[in-house]
Design a protein around this ligand. Sequence first.
Ligand SMILES: [Zn+2]
Length: 462
Amino acid sequence: MTRLKMKRLLLCASIVLNVLLTTIIHTSAQHSGVTYLKGATVVDLTGRAPFQANVILRDGQIESITTSPTVPPDGHVIDVSGDYVLPGFTDMHAHVTFLRDDSYSSYDRATSEQVLKMLLAYGITTVRNPAAPAVESVRLRDDVANGKILGPRILTAGEALNGKPFSTEAEIRAEVKRQAAVGVNYIKVYANSTPQQTAVAIDEAHKHGLKVIGHLQITDWPTAAGLGIDFVTHGVCWSASALPPQKRYEYEEEVRHLGPMKARIFWLESVDVNGPKMNRIIKSLKQHHISVDPTLIAYKTKFIPMERYRGKQNVSLAPRAMQESWIDGGFTADWTPSDYARMQKAWPKMLEIVALYYHEGVLLTTGSDLPNSWVVPGISLHQEMELLSEAGIPTQDVLAMATRNAAAALGLDREIGTVEVGKRADLVILAANPLDDIRNTRRIKYVVTDGKLFQPGSLLTH
Ligand SMILES: [Zn+2]
């Protein structure tokens, strides 16, 4: 038997074992119906200081948060004294319908299911899937909702509108209608969409009651804001119009000659963080209540030498098919050491920009942009929180971005985002205080989704 075969066999054996374990915990929690989290320190993320209480979960909801020691007769007691109970985390940018290559036809359902369990294991109980094959994503979302498979609650967009192949007004409207009929939650507009095309997509989406997520570049953020976009993704727009006028031509030349990814080095070097262009962007985001998921981890993994990520323990935890899709080196495979050195030098400006959004009151959320190269499901959201913390955002507010802010941005703040009576029992239970150190969000003892309690180890299949 080759080593590879042996490895696969062991992997299979561990999958079977984990499936068994998962089933056991799953059914035992479901049987009781009521879970009594005893002696918790509740970090409820409403703004209140942490407090001691017992938390009772019934039928997938938080039934009470109480100092009374009376355990309900049907209660399944979990001792969490010394532990911290928080709302489950949200990854606002998780392409959970895994594609083996860039084509929507390369959808891989088995890996997608593995990704969902991984996300849960890392405390993520809600994801927004911001561009994906519509039919398959809606099916995956509904299979989680119906309890057929295990994973975070999914909200999903369909295929991104990117100028082509839907370029005329009629084509764009027809495609939005089709996706709406399939049952997507959002419409996604991508980088090559012109202002005219973006306007049509937004108009048609809103007619169907669907909000629009923009990963935009040709259409700049203030323009999109004026057109009624609901969300923008990624920390910066990379648009020429965001640069000081004297830098624009050179940037456009770089995009033409070096391609958009390498030109980003010049963009970040040239952007005036406190200048009038950034100011206008921030004003437009605030005025139109547009939330942003900065996805710093997706930038960081691209912009610093890939060797730093290869072979690291994190990467080996990603599903095999995902690791294989990263072998070609991603979007920055052609960068030279000096390109990386320049980008690393400019990198602090990225953190400054995100910190500026924060200080100016832009609604920020947390997203990873998995499965971009080396963006490992689950772990990457914790890395994102660490990067937001590194940008100077207070720990309490970083935690709010991953919970309460995300819920508000998704319009789900009555259901999730805080630990309060009547909310969905989507929780994460940590062995250490995340307010002391954001890295403590990784010290997960239990994850609760829809009232069902799991130990992370039971959800990881390798
Ligand atoms: Zn994305």
